[in-house]
Design a protein around this ligand. Structure first.
Ligand SMILES: Nc1ncnc2c1ncn2[C@@H]1O[C@H](COP(=O)(O)OP(=O)(O)OP(=O)(O)O)[C@@H](O)[C@H]1O
Length: 270
């Protein structure tokens, strides 16, 4: 059974009175990774937010179905959503600093998630938080635990955020432009880390990026969105080598300046 499945999902903007996502479908099993690419405004983030039950006001899922771990999410209560988020499906977005409380030490923020979601004692939650920081290859995790967000670099903060996102052992992690703000080397390190987590824990990934190279590196399947429509969908290698839609060819062409072979090489490794 799929851990996460979307079937022809449509999202309606009640203020603009228009559909902003017009039919997105995919299914994810343990250890699989699906990528969503497309330019700004194509509906990538709203699709993720629908999966997490956090659509902005006036936006609704107006068609299709989303199920998490075999359960249709339509009609979940607020309390049921809270139980699902973090523990089954979790997410990391761009701009980690805005998701952390600047006045609290980062370790305490991870420990709090573990305590609330996993019911661990304060002491065990603390130990688990240090373990998570270590697993995300932050050097001297006990010291990082004691630091405030402003004391950490962007790459470190993103690792802290990933640690927070996986603290409750979710089955699916959504990474929405999670490496976009980072420089290329740090971005590559974080992508490696996600690939490793997927390998070692069977974490399923939804990777959202405007950058086809990021998605190619991590994913088995890619969805190409434009204006809320899925213009093309298929195995990453097929999309890279035999794009069928002109828009996909355009996205690939944007990479020619960096060397498309490199993108294809990365896809091959994934
Ligand atoms: N909170 C909001 N209020 C009003 N309109 C919104 C809101 N969030 C998204 N939209 C609109 O819905 C459409 C889809 O947005 P979405 O954020 O899903 O796109 P995206 O592909 O993730 O783009 P980006 O890469 O810029 O985040 C866009 O037209 C956007 O302007």
């Amino acid at each position: 059974m799929a851990l996460l499945s979307l079937h022809d999902v449509r999202i309606h903007d009640g203020v603009g009175d228009r559909d902003v996502v017009k039919g997105v479908s995919f299914a994810l099993e343990a250890g699989q990774a699906v990528g969503i690419v497309g330019e700004s405004g194509s509906g990538k983030t709203l699709t993720c937010r629908a999966v997490l039950g956090i659509l902005p006001p006036h936006f609704t899922v107006s068609g299709g179905a989303i199920s998490v771990d075999g359960r249709d999410v339509a009609g979940l209560t607020g309390r049921q959503w809270t139980a699902l988020r973090g523990a089954t499906v979790s997410a990391v977005f761009q701009d980690p600093a805005s998701y952390l409380n600047p006045s609290l030490k980062v370790g305490g923020q991870i420990a709090e998630v573990v305590r609330v979601k996993k019911g661990l004692s304060r002491r065990d939650a603390r130990r688990r938080a240090v373990e998570l920081l270590d697993a995300l290859r932050l050097r001297d995790p006990a010291q990082v635990y004691q630091q405030y967000p402003h004391e950490l670099s962007g790459g470190m903060l993103q690792r802290v955020l990933i640690a927070t996102a996986i603290a409750a052992d979710p089955q699916v992690l959504i990474a929405d432009e999670a490496t976009t703000a980072l420089d290329v080397t740090v971005q590559a390190e974080i992508l490696d880390l996600l690939a490793e987590l997927r390998e070692s824990t069977g974490l399923a990934l939804v990777v959202v990026s405007h950058d086809l190279a990021v998605v190619a590196q991590l994913c088995d399947e890619v969805l190409v969105l434009r204006d809320g429509e899925t213009v093309e969908q298929g195995p990453v290698e097929r999309i890279l080598y035999e794009p069928r839609h002109a828009y996909t060819r355009l996205l690939i062409a944007e990479h020619e300046q960096y060397g498309l072979d490199r993108v294809r090489e990365l896809a091959h490794v994934a």
